[in-house]
Design a protein around this ligand. Structure first.
Ligand code: C2E
Ligand code: CA
Ligand code: CA
Length: 706
C-alpha cells in the first residue's frame, strides 16, 4: 500500500471513509448481473440475425443494456460510498462515462457477432474491454466534484484494469460457448455466467474504489446526513431506470430467440415442402418445374465458354404399355427406367421426369465436350428387356439432344429444341437419337405459321371440297370421294397430305374432318335433290378422330341435319391408324356402323397388312393402295398382290375399291379380277361441285345405251 501522507496537498488530511450504503451495493451487483445476462442473450440474437439491420439492432440494444448496466452499477456503487461530503457530479463527464460504457459494450457485442476469434484476438479484445471499462470508471470518478481531492494507488488501479479485462475475457468465452444454444441448461449456464460477470464488474469497481484515497482540508467536518437524503433517492431512480432498460433488452432478446426458433421451424417445413414440390413422387427424380430452375441456375453460374447438353428421353409407344398392361405396370416401368438412367449418371447430375414418359437430364460438357458417348450409354443401358409382372418387355426410346449455348440460351429454349429433336426421332421411325438442328426449328416455325393460317382458313371459309367419282365396272358413278382443298393465300394450292399432317400435329384435325364431312353431306343432299339419288359420299377420317367417343354422335347429327340416310355415307380410315389405336377405335367404328354408315379401309396393303387382323375389324370394304395399281401391267409381283387382295377381301365378304386407275390396261386387269369399284384419273379427277355436275351429266349420257 502506498503511503499517501507523503502525497497530501498542503493543508489537507486523509478522510477516513470505508462505509457503504448496503442497499445500493446489492442493487448495483444485481444490475451488473442483469446487464450481463441481457448481453449474453443478445449475443445469440446478433449471431442468428441473417439481415445486417437485424444484427446491428441487436448489437445496439445489447450495447445499451450492457453499457447502461455497467455504468449505472458503477454510479450506484459510488453513491453508496458514505463519506459525508456534499458531492456534485459534473454533467458532461458523467455523460461521457456513460457513452464510454456503451461504446465498449458495442465493441464487445460486435466481436461476439463474428464467426470466431483466435486466441490472441480474445486476449486483445478482453484487454481493450477491460481498459474501456476502467476508463469509464475513472472518468466517472473525475466527474465527482467536492471539497475532497482524489489520490490513487497506481498498483490497485492496475489490478482493477486486470480484473475488468479478466471479467471481459470470461464474458467473451462464455458468450461464444453459449451462442446458438437453447434449452434450460443454457439458461442456467447463462444465469451463472452473468452472476459471475456481475461479481467481476463489482469487484473491479471496488478495487478501483480501494485505490482511491480522499484528502479533505484540515478541519473539515463530515456531514453525516449528506448522502442519506440525496444519494438514496437518486440511486433508486437510476437503478429503476437501468433495470427498465435491461428489461427491454431482455425482452428483445427473448423475442429475437422466439423469432429465430420460429424461423428454424418454418425452414424445416419449407425443406419438406421443397422435397414434395420439387420432386416427382413416383421416381423421386426432379419434376419439370424444378428441372427448369436447376438448368437455369447451372447456366447462370457457368463460366464463359462452358457448354452443356440437355438430353430428353422419351419412351416409344408408352401408351401401349398403359393401355395393355395397366397404369400400375406403366408406373413400374417408369421407376425401373429412372433407376437404370441414374445408374449411368454421376450422382449429382440433374435428372428429372420432365413429364409423363419423358426424362430429361443436364450434362456439363466443359469447354468442348461431346454428348454422344453418354447418349449411346443411356440407350445401351435401356436396351435389355424390363421385367414387368413376370413378363420381359423390351422397349425402345427416342432421344433428343440440345446443346447450350448453340441450341438455346435458357432451360425453356433448350427443352423446346430437345423436344423438337425427339419429335423428329418419332417421325423417322423412333428408336434413335437426334441432335437438334436449325432445319428442325425451321420446320417447327413453318408448322406454326401453317397452323395459324389453317385455323384462319377453317373459320373464314378458305377451304373447299373436291369430289372424285368412284365407279362400278361399267363406269357408272356410285360414290364420290370428298377430298379437301386449300388455296393458301401466299403458298398457293397446298397438297392435303401436307396440311392434313399439320392439322393432325396441332389438334385441328377434328375440326377439319368435321367441316369436310358437313360440307360433303350438304353437297350430296343437294345432288340427291338434283336427281342423283343413288350416289354416296366417301369421307376421309383421320385415325386420331377415332379416339373421340363423341364422333358417332357428331356423324349422326350431320346426317340428320342434311336429312340423309346413314347408308349414303362411307368413312375411309387408314389401316395403319387402326393398328395403333386398337380398342377404342374399334368400339367407335362399331358404333358408327350401327348407325348404318359404312367403313372402308384406305390405302390397304401399304402398311403391315394382317389378314387375321383384318377379319376382326368392323369394316365393309377396302381400298387397294395406289402403289399396287400404278405398276399394272409392268410389275407382275404387284399384280399378283392386287389380285390376291381382291380375292381375299371377297372371301371375307368385303367390297374392293381400286384407287389410282389411270389406264385402260389397269381397268381391264382389275375388271378381270372382279374388282368391285374403281377410282382414278381414267374416270375423273377430283373436281369442284360445279364441274362434278357437268361430269355426272356427261357420264349419264355416255352410259345411255345407243
Ligand atoms: P387418299 O385418301 O388416298 O386420296 C386419294 C388421293 O389420290 C387423292 O389425292 C387423289 O387426288 C389421288 N388420286 C386419285 N386418282 C388418282 C390417279 O389416278 N392417279 C394418281 N396419281 N392419284 C390419284 P389428294 O386429294 O392429294 O389427297 C391426298 C391424301 O390426303 C388423301 O389420300 C387423304 O389421305 C388425305 N386427305 C384428303 N382429304 C382429306 C380429308 O378431308 N380428311 C383427311 N383426314 N384426309 C384427307
Ligand atoms: Ca381416301
Ligand atoms: Ca387411299
Amino acid at each position: 500500500m502506498l503511503n499517501f501522507s507523503t502525497l497530501l496537498p498542503p493543508g489537507h488530511q486523509i478522510l477516513a471513509a470505508n462505509e457503504y450504503e448496503s442497499v445500493l451495493v446489492v442493487l448495483s451487483y444485481l444490475i451488473a448481473s442483469a446487464a450481463g445476462y441481457t448481453a449474453l442473450a443478445m449475443a445469440d440474437w446478433v449471431t442468428n440475425s441473417r439481415s445486417r439491420r437485424g444484427s446491428e439492432l441487436a448489437k445496439l440494444i445489447g450495447a445499451i443494456a450492457l453499457g447502461g448496466g455497467i455504468w449505472s452499477m458503477h454510479f450506484l456503487a459510488m453513491l453508496s460510498f458514505k463519506i459525508g461530503i456534499h458531492v456534485h457530479y459534473a454533467p458532461w463527464q458523467t455523460l461521457a462515462s456513460l457513452l464510454i460504457a456503451i461504446a465498449v459494450s458495442y465493441t464487445v457485442m460486435h466481436l461476439i457477432g463474428r464467426e470466431s476469434l483466435t486466441a490472441p484476438q480474445y486476449l486483445l479484445a478482453a484487454l481493450a474491454a477491460g481498459l474501456g471499462i476502467a476508463t469509464m470508471h475513472y472518468t466517472g470518478m473525475l466527474a465527482m466534484q467536492s471539497v475532497a481531492v482524489q489520490l490513487y494507488d497506481p498498483l490497485l488501479v492496475v489490478v482493477s484494469v486486470m480484473i475488468a479485462s479478466l471479467a471481459s475475457l470470461g464474458a467473451l468465452l462464455l458468450a461464444f460457448r453459449l451462442r446458438g444454444r437453447t434449452g434450460i441448461r443454457t439458461f442456467w449456464l447463462r444465469l451463472l455466467g452473468s452472476l459471475a460477470l456481475g461479481f467481476a464488474i463489482v469487484s473491479m469497481h471496488f478495487t478501483g474504489m480501494a485505490a482511491l484515497t480522499l484528502a479533505v482540508p484540515i478541519g473539515f467536518e463530515p456531514d453525516g446526513l449528506a448522502e442519506v437524503n440525496q444519494h438514496l433517492e437518486l440511486g433508486m431512480g437510476i437503478a429503476l431506470g437501468t433495470l427498465f432498460i435491461i428489461m427491454v433488452g431482455l425482452l428483445a432478446a427473448w423475442a429475437g430467440e422466439r423469432f429465430h426458433a420460429q424461423r428454424l421451424r418454418l425452414e424445416r417445413v419449407s425443406t419438406t415442402l421443397d422435397q414434395i414440390t420439387l420432386h416427382d413422387p413416383l421416381t423421386h427424380l426432379l419434376n419439370g418445374g424444378s428441372f427448369i430452375q436447376t438448368v437455369d441456375r447451372a447456366i447462370g453460374q457457368a463460366r464463359t465458354g462452358e457448354q452443356f447438353a440437355l438430353l430428353m428421353l422419351d419412351i416409344d409407344h408408352f401408351k401401349r404399355i398403359n393401355d395393355s398392361l395397366g397404369h400400375a405396370l406403366g408406373d413400374e416401368l417408369l421407376i425401373q427406367m429412372a433407376q437404370r438412367i441414374r445408374a449411368v449418371l454421376d450422382n449429382d447430375l440433374p435428372l428429372a421426369r420432365y413429364a409423363g414418359d419423358e426424362f430429361s437430364l443436364l450434362l456439363p460438357l466443359g469447354q468442348r465436350g461431346d454428348s454422344q458417348p453418354l447418349a449411346m450409354r443411356l440407350l445401351e443401358q435401356l436396351r435389355p428387356p424390363f421385367e414387368l409382372a413376370g413378363q420381359r418387355i423390351a422397349m425402345t426410346f427416342s432421344l433428343g439432344i440440345a446443346h447450350y449455348p448453340q441450341d438455346g440460351a435458357n432451360a425453356g429454349q433448350l427443352l423446346r429444341s430437345a423436344g423438337l429433336a425427339v419429335g423428329h426421332c418419332k417421325r423417322s421411325g423412333r428408336n434413335r437419337s437426334q441432335r437438334f438442328t436449325t432445319e428442325l426449328q425451321r420446320d417447327a416455325d413453318d408448322l406454326l405459321s401453317l397452323e395459324m393460317d389453317l385455323r384462319h382458313a377453317l373459320s373464314q371459309g378458305g377451304l373447299h371440297v373436291a369430289y372424285q367419282p368412284i365407279v362400278d365396272p361399267a363406269g357408272a358413278p356410285v360414290a364420290l370421294e370428298a377430298l379437301v382443298r386449300w388455296q393458301h393465300p401466299v403458298l398457293g394450292p397446298l397438297s392435303p397430305e401436307r396440311f392434313v399432317r399439320v392439322a393432325e400435329e396441332t389438334g385441328l384435325i377434328a375440326d377439319l374432318d368435321g367441316w369436310v364431312m358437313r360440307q360433303a353431306c350438304a353437297d350430296l343432299a343437294q345432288l340427291h335433290r338434283e336427281g342423283h339419288a343413288a350416289l354416296r359420299v366417301s369421307v376421309n377420317c383421320s385415325a386420331l378422330n377415332l379416339s373421340d367417343r363423341l364422333l358417332p354422335q357428331a356423324i349422326a347429327r350431320t346426317l340428320q341435319a342434311e336429312d340423309l340416310p346413314a347408308s349414303a355415307l362411307i368413312l375411309e380410315v387408314t389401316e395403319n391408324a387402326l393398328m395403333h389405336s386398337l380398342n377404342v377405335a374399334v368400339e367407335v367404328l362399331n358404333e358408327i356402323r350401327t348407325l348404318g354408315v359404312r367403313v372402308s379401309i384406305d390405302d390397304f396393303g401399304s402398311g403391315y397388312s394382317s389378314l387375321a387382323y383384318l377379319s376382326r375389324l368392323p369394316v365393309d370394304s377396302l381400298k387397294v393402295d395406289r402403289a399396287f395399281v400404278r405398276t399394272i401391267p409392268k410389275q407382275s409381283n404387284d399384280m399378283a398382290i392386287a389380285a390376291a387382295i381382291i380375292a381375299m377381301a371377297h372371301k371375307l365378304g368385303l367390297n374392293v375399291v381400286a384407287e389410282g386407275v389411270e389406264t385402260v390396261e389397269q381397268r381391264q386387269f382389275l375388271q378381270a379380277n372382279d374388282c368391285n369399284f374403281m377410282q382414278g384419273y381414267l374416270f375423273g379427277r377430283p373436281m369442284p361441285l360445279p364441274h362434278l355436275r357437268t361430269w355426272l351429266q356427261q357420264s349419264a349420257i355416255a352410259s345411255v345405251p345407243a
